[in-house]
Design a binder for this molecule. Structure first.
Ligand SMILES: Nc1ncnc2c1ncn2[C@@H]1O[C@H](COP(=O)(O)OP(=O)(O)OP(=O)(O)O)[C@@H](O)[C@H]1O
Ligand SMILES: [Mg+2]
Length: 344
């Protein structure tokens, strides 16, 4: 568990982190969002004591980090940064093995761990373990940085825009890998990103910073609620807020059971045999995207329940969203009658 208690950092007269209090429970993945310069990296670096708070404190599993010497503290915290910071005169394998070596692992265990992590990163060990950082592309170096942070399997990960230099395919692969790793390991993760899609894909919780202050913290659906304050609306995009909100809502929550559907008077016969299939934990945004892709107004869940377009529209709350109420023209996709639940 990571707990910030009125954590404050000042440079000159300016508080770049201003009395931030929040708790990231053990096993939770918290995504930190905010405009450039809002204090995200500074807040994160307080956890591993790369930044010392001027006031307030940071607790790790109930212990004030100020009371833990930096070395043992950092051995238990994986830290990934955008600029990677690999040691230039060390091979990839030696870079990845930094913490295991410090912890005194034997050579065979280290070598096996290096290869496992290179595989996880999609970098063939035979080709990569002997290379030097200058022989890597930016995206490859970023993945080595991530492998290094994971090497000793630390219970806490601090990830500061770790995927920013990666192309979309590799980025999606690593996002999935991180989600699986998190689900399977119970690690506590603080993750900074500028990418709203990435944030919503990964976050158990969202924390939003503005000018050094924490202006929102909670479950994504709560942070993206309809009456969210202007700074948050801007960050997620006024026009796309309702769409992002759909991403926080399980498709199953608006689905209609196959039994009810069969007896519904407005349902066409023929069952759901040809209805495109979502995966069981899909959200409403994915349901809508699948409908758009397949040119259909309904998709099915593996249990046979059906998600219908009008129900997704109603769930988005689009028609009552201030952004759309004040728009000069209603866009066809969010016409009030569709959003109020009438079938198109
Ligand atoms: N060592 C320093 N000395 C003076 N000012 C600093 C120092 N480090 C950071 N700052 C200032 O503190 C503010 C917050 O910086 P920080 O790096 O935490 O922002 P950020 O939210 O991570 O931004 P970005 O999204 O661009 O990475 C910025 O205005 C920055 O210029
Ligand atoms: Mg930063």
């Amino acid at each position: 568990m990571i707990r910030f208690e009125k954590a404050t950092k000042r440079y000159g007269q300016r508080s770049v982190v201003d009395a931030v209090s929040m708790e990231i429970p053990a096993g939770r993945l918290c995504v930190l969002l905010g405009e450039s310069g809002s204090g995200k990296s500074t807040l994160m670096r307080m956890v591993n004591r790369l930044v010392i708070p001027d006031a307030g404190r940071v607790l790790l599993d109930g212990r004030d980090t100020a009371s833990i010497p930096p070395e043992p503290l950092r051995h238990g915290i994986g830290y990934v940064i955008q600029s990677v910071g690999l040691f230039p005169h060390w091979t990839v394998a030696r870079n990845i093995a930094t913490v295991p070596t410090l912890l005194g692992w034997d050579a065979a265990r280290i070598a096996a761990r290096v290869d496992t992590l290179l595989d996880l990163m999609g970098l063939p060990p035979d080709q990569f373990r002997g290379r030097y950082p200058h022989e890597l592309s930016g995206g490859q170096a970023q993945r080595i940085g991530l492998a290094r942070a994971l090497a000793a399997d630390p219970p806490v990960l601090l990830m500061d825009e770790p995927f920013s230099a990666l192309d979309p395919g590799i980025r999606r692969g690593l996002q999935r890998a991180l989600r699986d790793l998190h689900a399977g390991s119970g690690k506590t993760i603080l993750f900074v990103t500028h990418d709203v899609e990435e944030a919503l894909l990964l976050a158990d919780d969202l924390a939003v910073m503005q000018d050094g202050r924490l202006i929102a913290h909670g479950r994504p659906a709560e942070v993206l609620r309809r009456d969210a304050e202007p700074a948050i609306r801007r960050l997620f995009g006024e026009a796309t807020l309702a769409f992002h909100r759909l991403g926080t809502l399980p498709a199953a929550s608006v689905a209609i059971g196959a039994d009810k559907l069969a007896i519904g008077a407005d349902e066409s016969p023929g069952g759901i045999a040809d209805t495109p299939l979502l995966h069981a934990d899909a959200n409403c945004k994915q349901a809508l995207m699948l409908m758009l892709d397949q040119g259909t107004d309904r998709v099915a869940l593996p249990d046979g329940a059906v998600v219908r377009l009008p129900d997704v529209m109603a769930a988005s709350g689009a028609a009552s969203d201030a952004a759309f109420r004040t728009a000069p023209r209603a866009s066809p996709g969010v016409a009030p009658e569709a959003a109020s639940g009438t079938a198109p």
